[in-house]
Design a protein around this ligand. Structure first.
Ligand code: GDG
Length: 473
């Protein structure tokens, strides 16, 4: 059996039990632990000079991590990845900036990482690369002569061509993506945006079976919506219900209803709009004063990128303003907690709440939405209020789907969720659990890797045929 080599910008914390706030880390680590393999990427440290990977084995997973120099970190990570690609792919061109030096740094780091990985590779390894930091990684490996099968999965949205074209090297990036054998997206809409670019902007073609022909390459392009393990989450949520922080939250609520939100502190998550829609609920329906609180957990990320500092200030300002306007001596409408919590504890907190409030302005999938549903007690489940712009909306038919730009609609959905009868809550909950079980995290991994293996087999057969033909001629 060939080894699985997973490559992502950041390799998840190697210490068991340390909380990893981030959907990619959660998804990849769970997927890798079952099959075993190597996880290669950045250690999270900055170093004076690039050096050989540090290898650490834990169970059946080998972690191979490398440091980045300060210049690499600034140009590749903070710069082109997070100040150009992230905002643009989340349709925030207003926050996006382009700097040619940063793009050069992005390409340089991809090449350096490819050289470092090459030294670890065996001929029958299969390589699975993750996310927007590494769009050109396969092209770099191929230039170094690596012939192994290579797949790529994009965790964030892929924008429509008109938006993608605002990134100056868009064509070079899409061309580089065609060096993979399989390119996977979270949703059908993302897949369609990529195919539209290929057909209209790159003179390529696509066929019904998902094969794309462009820039002299054949690759499979499909949607592989990432899943979770709903039953394991349900179990953890139930087990942690009696832990101290969960109990003290419950006691502190004194019979009030609880709306829960958990997100990395990121402008794509629509936090300000979410607070304002909650404010509108309190304005429109004074009967809820003193009877409902919103708990927002938002661990900080990328806090050295300037736009992230602004969102933090903005949000703290909004929470303070709304609390100042409505709070009573014994009631704080919004509890805003700017820190990380233990994962199992989060699931138990979800289970305590009556509403999961997940309203990103754009999101590749959004695992929190799925985790919220999985955490619920089937006998008395909470209701999910979900943005139509989260990939998860394609998959969670029992949610109350809202447009996060429409504050009134969000306030109405909150009120409806808070008052929903038990039978309707139960029906909606079971409508969502069934597809989540069917498309759990192993299905995501196995479908992707199954496609990667079969495309790689087909292209190696085709290569042999071409070689034979060359000899015959
Ligand atoms: C990217 C895409 C896509 C959050 N706070 C804490 C904590 N978390 C965990 C959540 C969840 C994960 O982090 C966040 O995942 P999301 O999917 O919601 O969002 P991103 O981080 O933006 O992930 C996203 C995902 O990749 C996977 O493909 O769905 O669209 O943007 O699991 O529970 N975990 C702990 N403490 C916290 O305080 N332990």
């Amino acid at each position: 059996m060939s080894r699985l080599i997973v490559v992502s910008n950041r390799v998840a914390p190697t210490q068991e039990g340390r909380p990893a706030a981030g959907g990619l880390a959660i998804g990849v680590l769970d997927a890798l632990k079952e099959t075993g393999g190597v996880w290669f990427g950045w250690s999270g440290e900055t170093v004076a000079e690039p050096s050989a990977p540090v290898i650490e084995k834990q169970g059946n997973v080998t972690y191979a991590t490398v440091g980045l120099t300060k210049r690499d970190y600034d140009q590749y990570y903070r710069g082109f990845s997070n100040a150009t690609l992230w905002p643009t792919f989340h349709y925030r061109n207003d926050l996006s900036r382009y700097d040619r030096q940063e793009y050069a740094g992005y390409l340089r780091v991809n090449l350096t990482l490819a050289k470092q990985l090459k030294e670890l590779l065996k001929p029958d390894d299969i390589i699975w690369v993750h996310d927007y930091h590494l769009l050109p990684f396969a092209r770099c490996l191929r230039e170094l002569g690596v012939k192994n099968p290579m797949g790529f999965f994009l965790h964030i949205p892929f924008p429509v061509p008109e938006v993608l074209r605002t990134v100056p090297p868009h064509e070079e990036l899409v061309k580089a993506m065609c060096s993979y054998d399989v390119v996977g997206f979270q949703t059908e809409a993302d897949r369609q945006s990529f195919v539209d670019y290929i057909e209209r902007g790159a003179h390529g073609t696509s066929s019904e079976d998902g094969m794309v022909h462009a820039y002299n390459r054949f690759l499979k392009v499909a949607a592989y919506p990432i899943g979770i393990y709903p039953d394991a989450i349900a179990k953890a949520a139930a087990q942690f219900t009696d832990r101290k922080p969960v109990k003290s939250l419950r006691d502190g609520m004194r019979g009030r209803k609880l709306i829960m939100s958990v997100d990395r502190l990121d402008y794509s998550k629509g936090l300000v709009e979410r607070f304002q829609a909650f404010e509108r609920l309190l304005l429109n329906a004074p009967g809820w004063h003193g009877r409902v609180s919103l708990v927002q957990i938002a661990p900080p990320t990328r806090s050295d990128v300037q736009t992230y500092q602004r969102i933090r200030q903005n949000l703290e300002g909004e929470a303070g303003r709304i609390n100042g306007r409505f709070a009573q001596l014994d009631w704080t409408p919004i509890q805003y907690l700017n820190r990380k919590y233990d994962r199992n504890l989060l699931m138990a907190l979800f289970r305590q709440s009556q509403v999961g409030y997940v309203t990103p302005l754009r999101d590749g999938m959004n695992l929190v939405a799925k985790e919220y549903v999985a955490s619920q007690d089937p006998a008395d489940p909470g209701v999910l209020v979900l943005s139509q712009f989260a990939g998860a909306a394609e998959q969670l038919p029992g949610a109350l789907v809202v447009n996060p730009f429409d504050l009134s609609q969000m306030a109405e959905a909150l009120e409806r969720a808070l008052s929903m009868p038990l039978a309707e809550r139960q029906a909606r909950h079971s409508d969502m659990m069934a597809p989540m079980r069917e498309n759990n995290l192993s299905v995501w991994r196995d479908t992707f890797l199954g496609d990667l293996r079969s495309v790689a087999r087909a292209s190696s057969v085709a290569e042999k045929v071409v070689k034979v033909a060359d000899v015959t001629i």
